[in-house]
Design a protein around this ligand. Structure first.
Ligand code: SF4
Length: 214
């Protein structure tokens, strides 16, 4: 069984897929504790779902784009099987992962949006660096959540050191909600010369930061 916090149909709020209708499967639990985490409600609870239960619910939403998220979705071993089954059924599958668990066993038909944790998260020591080597330039995206200038300097260093502009479909720079000057982040990016993409969490602007299931 999988533990599931929620399954819902909404607008994709992040990544280059932002703005697209998307079915979300939010799995319960995460081994990390990022300081600025906005999904602490996923750490515990949830309901038991068989993989067939999840598939039935996803089919009922009538949306071809499906995101597997959390929590940390890959912390549940059966998540890999769910991703595999969704790909078999022809869904376009996105996997949003915090970067702590290896992505090696993720079905290659799924696209990965991989977080690299910056120092401001308090979890940067737990980045699983081999995940960066597995990024595919035509498909996968890498995301840095930025809480301050130190996080930006860290991100820039990792982007250059791992050649992420070439290695990923997009390098996403995502300022934390309501805790950093957005104009300042924009100026760091424009003066860096890096080909990265600043992104804001669209769903929070539409429904507010506290609303769940959207
Ligand atoms: S990895 Fe994601 S869900 Fe887990 S603590 Fe960090 S932000 Fe929250």
């Amino acid at each position: 069984m999988l533990r599931v916090t929620e399954i819902f149909h909404s607008i994709q709020g992040e990544s280059t897929h932002a703005g697209r209708p998307c079915a979300f499967v939010r799995l319960t639990g995460c081994p990390m504790r990022c300081v600025w985490c906005d999904s602490e409600y996923t750490f515990t609870g949830g309901d038991p779902f068989s993989i067939d239960d999840v598939l039935t619910r996803v089919r009922s939403l009538g949306c071809n784009l499906v995101e597997i998220t959390g929590g940390e979705p890959l912390a549940q071993p059966r998540a890999f099987e769910l991703i595999n089954k969704l790909c078999d059924e022809g869904y376009e599958v996105l996997v949003e992962t915090g970067g702590y668990v290896s992505t090696e066993a993720v079905d290659p038909r799924a696209a990965i949006v991989l977080d690299v944790k910056c120092p401001g998260s308090g979890e940067d020591a737990r980045n699983h660096w081999p995940n960066l080597d597995r990024l595919r330039a035509h498909k996968d995206e890498v995301k840095f959540v930025i809480a301050d200038r130190r996080d930006w300097d860290f991100s820039r260093d990792i982007i250059e050191r791992f050649d992420l502009e070439k290695r990923a479909r997009a390098v996403l720079i995502s300022p934390i909600w309501d805790g950093i000057d957005l104009q300042e982040v924009a100026s760091w990016i424009t003066t860096s010369g890096l080909n990265v993409r600043m992104q804001l969490q669209l769903h929070k602007y539409i429904w507010g930061p506290e609303t769940r299931g959207v």
